[in-house]
Design a binder for this molecule. Structure first.
Ligand SMILES: [Zn+2]
Length: 299
């Protein structure tokens, strides 16, 4: 336990446990029913019953266990509106990675698609009465469209808004949906009044360790932005740009779904660079091209 009522369990992601007497609420639920089963049996042995699950976002490693937990305990499930749409309809995730098309089998794995779970209450930034507790919900978009963090007592469960240095080093290009929002959420983290922070893929941090990590995450984002721009002096097809950026980072991707995670992230950077008026998109000779401004066709 981090404090009297707040603790966490380590699965593939950290799962928050907010307790009041013998009842508890979880922050996220793990990847799947197997993980959820282990969570419930551990908490059962410790004498807790689960009455709520607050989902930070709709990625399967965070919310895939919610359906099992709800089915076994009747726990009330919370999520923000857009994330709830995907938690309730998980096939939306492979659909958007397939660009809206009926997705191929390779995108329909359990890491792309958690088990569907009905969300009982849509949540937004602010105080949340999540029986039997009150917590603060803090909006942290960027990694996903409407990711939230949960502040309970002195601990801030900050989901995938910040990653430890080992994860930055391993993945090199961190998955993002919206680069501008991700940078704003990093700034936001530093304003939250807490003693500890728990990133879902890292260890418990003391508040004074945060700034260094936020800077590392910001620098990692700025480096990807710079790499993309350096490759866009002349128009390129987006898939060619993806290959060049992955090669620059010495990444050798062999999984079809991993490729789409990276490709989607690089497209998020392109939208961000367009918002900054640095690049433009054109279709020429039936090719979808992107280039730094001005868009020079001869090379
Ligand atoms: Zn995530």
């Amino acid at each position: 336990m981090v404090s009297e009522h707040v603790g966490f369990l380590t699965t593939r992601v950290k799962v928050g446990v907010l307790a009041d007497g013998d009842r508890c609420i979880l922050v996220d639920s793990g990847l799947d029913s197997g993980t959820a089963k282990k969570i419930l049996s551990f908490l059962g042995r410790e004498g807790y019953s689960v009455v709520g699950v607050i989902n930070t976002h709709s990625h399967a490693d965070h919310c895939g266990g919610s359906s099992y937990i709800k089915g076994r305990t009747g726990a009330k499930v919370y999520a923000s509106a857009l994330e709830a749409a995907i938690i309730e309809n998980p096939s939306l995730e492979p659909i958007y990675f397939a660009g809206g098309a009926n997705p191929p089998q390779e995108l329909r794995n359990k890491f792309m698609m958690g088990e569907a779970c009905k969300v009982d209450q849509i949540i937004e930034e602010g105080k949340l009465e999540a029986y039997p507790l009150q917590v603060d919900v803090i909006s942290l978009p960027g990694h996903s469209p409407q990711q939230i963090g949960v502040l309970a007592e002195n601990t801030f469960f900050c989901a995938d808004s910040v990653f430890p240095s080992e994860v930055l080093e391993k993945h090199r290009i961190i998955f993002l949906h919206n680069v501008h929002d991700a940078l704003e959420s990093l700034k936001r983290l530093t304003t939250v009044d807490c003693e500890y922070l728990l990133p879902s893929h890292g260890e418990l941090l003391k508040r004074d360790e945060l700034e260094k990590l936020v800077n590392l995450n910001r620098e990692s984002i700025e480096m990807v932005e710079k790499t993309i721009l350096e490759n866009l002096d002349y128009p390129l097809e987006v898939c060619e740009l993806v290959a060049r950026v992955l090669n620059h980072y010495n990444l050798s991707i062999e999984s079809y779904s991993d490729y789409h995670l990276f490709s989607s992230t690089i497209k998020a950077y392109l939208s961000y660079l367009q918002e900054k008026d640095l690049i433009e998109f054109k279709v020429k000779n039936n090719r979808s091209l992107v280039s730094k401004k001005p868009f020079l066709l001869e090379q």
